[in-house]
Ligand binder design. Structure first.
Ligand code: MN
Length: 233
């Protein structure tokens, strides 16, 4: 039996529809897990049952986390949030932490985890943290956009056995103040945190880049997904 991985659905407000990138699901499958896209629900009993059903959770990319979640007003022109996801993922993460079930956050996922654990975000990198690093690359998304420096002694450095890693990058927000308890595992050349873990958990990792786009061609992306699924064994 493969471990069931609950995958947070993506939301398309224009179509009033849930959707999914195949790379998330196929990336989990090639790593040995059985992905299941979750419904977007706020019902505490449903979320509790789903938390019991799943062996781990993938917090996917997508909308901005609502700035109110970290005590800020949105910057002018920036209202691309999805409060329904914020609310559901807060409940899912609480169950995962309480039951010590593995969690992998990707892009929005690293930002959401940081916020839910008490950190803050840069709401818009071009305005609040301008740099020469291309964090918002154009397609194709399976090629690297910038490097990250892996921090020695962290589980990610231990896994990959290298000091730098070339990653893709498709984000306009990022971690500002790191939440208490989180450990930074990778930094972009402009100082942004690009990977974290929560050492108090069996496996809670999050990355700012997009292994769902790169796992077919990138061994490091496959290694991260495999480590996530193996943590459920
Ligand atoms: Mn980046």
């Amino acid at each position: 039996m493969k471990p069931i991985v609950g995958v947070m659905p993506l939301w398309d407000e224009k179509r009033d529809s849930l959707w999914m990138l195949p790379g998330y699901l196929d990336g989990i499958r090639q790593a040995g897990g059985l992905p299941v896209m979750l419904p977007l629900t706020h019902d505490p009993d449903e979320i509790a049952q789903l938390a019991g059903l799943c062996c781990g959770f993938l917090l996917t990319g997508g909308h901005d986390v609502s700035p109110a979640r970290y005590g800020q007003a949105p910057l002018p022109g920036l209202i691309a949030d999805c409060p329904a996801r914020d609310e559901m993922e807060q409940a899912v993460l609480a169950h995962a932490l309480a039951q010590d079930k593995p969690v992998l956050g990707i892009c929005r996922g690293i930002q959401l985890i940081n916020v839910l654990l008490g950190g803050t975000l840069y709401q818009d990198l071009p305005r609040q943290h301008p740099s020469d690093v291309t964090h918002h690359q154009r397609p194709p998304y399976d090629v690297p956009s910038h490097t990250v420096r892996l921090v020695p002694g962290t589980p990610l450095h231990d896994l990959l056995g290298q000091d730098t890693l070339a990653v893709n990058s498709y984000h306009h927000q990022a971690i500002d103040r790191l939440a208490d308890g989180l450990t930074a595992m990778a930094y972009a050349p402009d100082g942004l945190v690009e990977a974290v873990c929560l050492p108090s958990q069996r496996f809670l990792w999050a990355v700012q880049w997009h292994p769902e786009f790169s796992w077919r061609v990138d061994a490091a992306s496959r290694a991260i997904l495999a480590r996530f699924v193996q943590a459920m064994g």
